[in-house]
Structures are given as C-alpha cells and as structure tokens.
Design a protein around this ligand. Structure first.
Ligand code: GTP
Ligand code: SPV
Ligand code: MN
Length: 592
C-alpha cells in the first residue's frame, strides 16, 4: 500500500513484537468494511440490528469492567517528570516503553493485526494530521472508520511524511494490565487491555487532544475539548462559537441544538461543525479559526431523545454502532434510559442479561438497562444540522469561546470575562461534577481547567502559559464566557430548562460580542441584566428565575478562591504569574 519507510518499519517492528497471524490493511472501501461487519457478527462482536428500522446499524457490548475512559491508568510519558506531572500520571519514557513492550509481547498470536491509516481533518488539508493505528480489534476498525477518515486516500496523502504511531491490543481485557500510554516526545501512543471508546479509538482523545495539544504548544496552535457551532441570525449573519465542557456535560447537545419556537419564527438557524474536539489556529486576519478534526460523533446515548436532541437521535438512525445500550428483542432495535417512556418488555441489558424494566429504580444506577456511559458512534454526514463549513480547509472564525461545567451552586448561568487573560483565568478555574464518562465516583466537584484536565499532553502550568501566549498573537480576539446549565434548586432539580433554550444564553453572548447589550460588572466578570436574557415563550422561567440563576454568592466565591489557590499550588511552579495576579484581583473584588 505504501513505500513510506517509516510506516513499513513501524508495522514490521510491531509485527515482531505482537506476532499476529496475519496483517490486513484497511483500505477504506465499503466492500472491506462490509466484510468486517459480517465477520464481527459471526464472531459475536456485533449484533446486526433491524435493517428496516435501523439500516446499517449494530449493537456492541463491552465487558463489564471496560465501560469508560480509565484516567487512573492513562499516562503521559516524557523524559522529564515536570513536563507531564503533576496532573497527568507520569512514567519515564524508557521505563514505560519497556513495560509496554513486555505487555505487547506475542499478544496478537492467533489474531489479525489491522493497519488503519487515518486522517484527523479532511484528507490532504494543510492542517490535517495523519495517524496509523495498529489494532487486533474489529470493533476499533469499524469505529475508527466512522470517527475518522481511513484508508488508501490517507496513505496517498501521507506520501513519505510523518505520522503518529498508535498500537492497540485488547489483549485479555485485564483491568490490572490496562494502560493507555502517550509518548508526545516520540509521536506515539500505546493502549492495551481495553476495547472501550476513548481508551482505544486512538485518533480521538489520545491523538486529537493529548498528542495534538503537545504539538500545538510547540507549533503555535491549540487542540481543545470543544464543540463548534454556527448561529445564523434573522439578518443572515453567521457567527461561530466554540465551547469547552467536561465529558458528559452537554457538548453534543449544544452543538446540535434546535432553536426554541420563537427563535425559529424569527429565522434563527443553528448548525453543527463539531461536538467534541476543535483544532484552533490564528488566521491571516488575526482571528481564531477552528476545525473539527473528527468525522463522526461518539455521543452519550442516555438522555438523547426527540425532545432533548432530535438532531443527535436522527444522526443515529443509520450506519451507527451502539455500545452498551438495551437490546429490544421484539423488533431488534435499541433503547436507553431517557429515549422515551416505553422501555421494551422483552429486552437484554447492557451486560447481556435479561432486563426487567419494572425493576428500574432511578436512584440505583445498577438497575439501568443501558450503561450511563453507553454511546453511539454515528457518521457526521447523518447529522441534519451539519454545517456546510464542516470540511472547510481553514475552519470557521470564532466570535466567542465558552467554558462551562456542571455546578449545582456557585457558577451563574452565564458571565463574561474582562479580557483574554481574564478569560484564560476563567477557563483555568473551571470545576465540574464528575460524570460516568470516566471510571470513578460520579457527582464529585473537581477542578477541570478548560475541560482539559484528562486531555492535556504536557504540564498544566505550561498549558495555561500557552493560552496566554496565544492571546498575544490574536489581534482580533474572541470574547471569553463561562456558562452553567446545571444550577439546581433546593430539591436538586435543574432550574434552567437547558438544551434548545441554551440558545437564549448564546444570543446574549453574541450580542455582547457585538457590543449590542450592556452588562453588570461584578467581582467575577460581566453578568447579564436579567431582562436581557430572552424568556419569551418559556412557561416556567420568569425574570425572577433569571435573577436567581445569575446571582453570585460572595461567600461561596470566597471559598472557591481558596480552592483555586490550592489547585494552583498543586499544579506547581509553572503556573504563570499572570494567573496568580488574576486570582489576587478576584479576591480583592470579592472583599470590596
Ligand atoms: P462527551 O461526549 O462525554 O464529551 O459528552 P458531551 O459533553 O458531549 O455531553 P452530552 O451533550 O452528550 O450530554 C451529556 C448529558 O448531559 C446527557 O445526559 C444530556 O442529556 C445532559 N445535558 C446536555 N445538555 C444539557 C442541558 O442543557 N441541561 C441539562 N439539564 N442536561 C443536559
Ligand atoms: C469524553 O469522555 O469526553 C468522550 C468520550 O468524548 S471518550 O471518547 O471515551 O473520551
Ligand atoms: Mn468528549
């Protein structure tokens, strides 16, 4: 398939190490992929779903111990500890290589090693980057073929160029021997003993965030955990926003939102450019330009329905792989909590056991039919609101950058930072309740700067510094905001309706970008006047509700400032002095 010596050498070395029975190149053809789907069905890796109702769709169940990213077993390896730690798990490069070489030794005996050439970004575009993933998992091949551009065209575009090496084996799916290892200094990724999404689809979090953030720091661009969406107003003006929320905190939903009726009537339109990852560069015009390097959506299934996110649901109606959802045996389709109010009576749960929906107890996750982190892998082309700029070689220009997390109290519905560096500070102090997207406790507040805590491929202090340095290069800076859709009342219910109604907040954000609306200066930044958030057509939300959602409790924020200081200290001495000055300014404002 290629004469690229580095590619051939990588395959040969991996072959010697893993000792597969055979090697199969993924050429990207539909015939080859269809043959692999058939084989996966025969080998019980996939279940073919109802061809009339869900054409080209399949169901996969992972083993029970392998259902989410494993942050505790994910490492950023480097020669010098400080270049990765303290937020990342660190292992010295050679030690990690030796450990991994031991684990990969002979691991593919009796198996096939698939060679997946893939492009992050449109094939051949000047900002795209190429990776080669070697894997023994057909599930990985079929998911990568949805999530990225794969095959012959990619190898042709690579020519004799450089690429990111990725080696994966599901091995024995052992939790104790599971490692997701990154070697940013060697352009390499090694992942073993998992077969779940973010641990094994190496183009996604491993390459497009961890390795790419490191490349971006050295090359002067940014790889961020951000959705990208376009909003067209009734005058036909199109503006783009990028937003970073932690895993399972609403990126896919916001990226595909359906405008509320009153906005539709006025002629607003929302389009999706990306739902998870943005690669961002400074354009010749001094603005920031963003591309989505992916080609599919790896979205959270539970909660997705025709009301909350019809565009996402419609994206999953063909050529989609569902992972860890409920199998409806009556019509051979799928179901998950929050799809509709008709759980199937004759069903198999995500673990492969007979499932009785009558035993479902909202408070006990173990009674769920679908795993809380069950996912769909759907091609972007399926999305009814996909932007026509999705493959634009230079991406789309950003008017605003939005940060956001899941906070029951503290963070108001929305606020605006005072300038770029203050915006970097706002991103750096993000905190959010943990979700099922990673293994570990759910609902615990943790600091998650820029929603990148699990995804920065180097030292966090250096990462903050990179943001500050980028600001110096952007002559036409986007404004930076923070949002929180998740404030709760005393009964724990979300106060803000969220989903499509989030456009009401984005509307204010864009007005601020164009200096069309005033705001109230507070200790933390600019907050809307309640009357400026449009509540027209919202039954349960009044101006008083908005007042409440926008309120800032100074005592809470003083405690927050303490927490931030502790976090900065934990990060070590590479946190830029500028951010400490921002923190001092916040404290002073809170004591005014
Ligand atoms: P990753 O794919 O893990 O990066 O997640 P994501 O950030 O794309 O999150 P997603 O949009 O899939 O939403 C995750 C969960 O949050 C789902 O259960 C949604 O129903 C819920 N959610 C999304 N947006 C909102 C919102 O505006 N309000 C509320 N209350 N819940 C929301
Ligand atoms: C996330 O956890 O942010 C995801 C899912 O988008 S995974 O691909 O598993 O990282
Ligand atoms: Mn994500």
């Amino acid at each position: 398939m290629t004469n690229n010596k580095k590619v051939l050498e990588f395959i040969e070395q991996s072959k010697q190490l893993c000792q597969p029975d055979q090697i199969v190149w993924i050429d990207g053809s539909e015939e080859q992929l269809e043959a692999l789907r058939k084989q996966a069905v025969e080998e019980k890796i996939l279940i073919k779903l109802n061809e009339e109702k869900l054409p080209g769709c399949y169901l996969h169940r992972t083993t029970v111990n392998d259902v989410a990213r494993v942050e505790g077993r994910t490492f950023i390896c480097s020669k010098c500890k400080e270049d990765s730690a303290p937020i990342n798990n660190w292992m010295e490069t050679t030690e990690a290589m030796n450990l991994m070489n031991g684990l990969f030794n002979g691991v593919m005996k009796g198996r096939t090693m698939y060679v997946i050439p893939y492009s992050m970004g449109a094939v051949g575009s000047k900002f795209s980057k190429i990776g080669i993933e070697l894997t023994d998992s057909i599930y990985v091949v079929l998911n990568m073929a949805i999530m990225t551009r794969v095959g012959k065209a990619v190898i042709d575009a690579l020519g004799d160029g450089d690429f990111i090496k990725g080696l994966h084996s599901y091995a024995e799916l052992s939790e104790e021997k599971r490692y997701i290892m990154h070697f940013p200094e060697e352009n390499a990724i090694m992942s073993i003993n998992s077969n779940y999404g973010g641990n094994v689809l190496l183009g996604k979090k491993c390459f497009a965030l961890r390795i790419a953030s490191f490349l971006g720091k050295n090359e002067g661009w940014m790889a961020e955990h951000m959705l990208i969406l376009g909003i067209t107003n009734p005058k036909g003006e199109k503006k783009y926003i990028a937003a970073a929320f932690p895993s399972a905190c609403g990126k896919t939903n916001l990226a595909m939102l359906i405008p509320p009726a009153i906005y539709q009537e006025k002629g607003y339109k929302v389009e999706c450019v990306g739902d998870d990852i943005a690669w961002i560069r400074v354009g010749e015009d001094g603005r920031l330009w963003a591309v989505n390097p992916e080609n599919g959506f790896f979205g959270v299934a539970p909660g997705t329905n025709m009301k909350s996110n019809p565009n996402a649901l419609l994206s999953t109606q063909k050529n989609t792989i569902f992972t860890n959802v409920v199998h409806n045996l009556d019509d051979n389709t799928v179901w998950w909590e929050g799809l509709d109010n008709n759980p199937p009576a004759n069903a198999i749960d995500w673990k492969g056991n007979k499932w009785d929906y009558k035993k479902f107890d909202k408070k006990d996750k173990s009674t769920c039919g679908a795993h809380p982190n069950s996912r769909f892998t759907a091609p972007t082309v399926n999305c009814p609101c996909l932007s026509d700029q999705f493959e634009a070689p230079n991406g789309v220009p950003l008017s605003a950058i939005v940060f956001g997390g899941r906070r029951a109290k503290t963070a108001p519905l929305v606020y605006q930072s005072k300038d770029w560096n203050n915006g970097v500070f706002v991103g750096s102090i993000m905190a959010s309740e943990t979700t099922a997207a990673a293994t570990g406790a759910v609902g615990v507040v943790r600091r998650d700067p820029m929603a990148m805590r699990p995804f920065v491929g180097y030292n966090m202090g250096d990462y903050f510094n990179h943001w500050i340095e980028m600001g110096e290069k952007i002559t036409n800076k986007p404004k930076i905001f923070n949002v929180n859709w998740f404030r709760t009342d005393d009964n724990g219910n979300f106060i803000w309706p969220g989903f499509g109604d989030n456009l009401r907040v984005l509307d204010w954000i864009l007005d601020r970008c164009e200096d069309k609306v005033d705001a109230r200066e507070t200790a933390i930044g600019y907050v809307p006047y309640a009357k400026d958030i449009n509540v027209e057509g919202l039954a349960d939300v009044t101006e008083a509700t908005i007042e409440d959602l926008l309120s800032i409790d100074k005592e809470n924020w003083k405690a927050e400032a303490e927490g931030i200081e502790g976090f900065y200290k934990e990060l070590g001495d590479r946190v830029p002095a500028e951010l400490y000055s921002q923190l001092e300014a916040l404290k002073k404002n809170l004591n005014k």
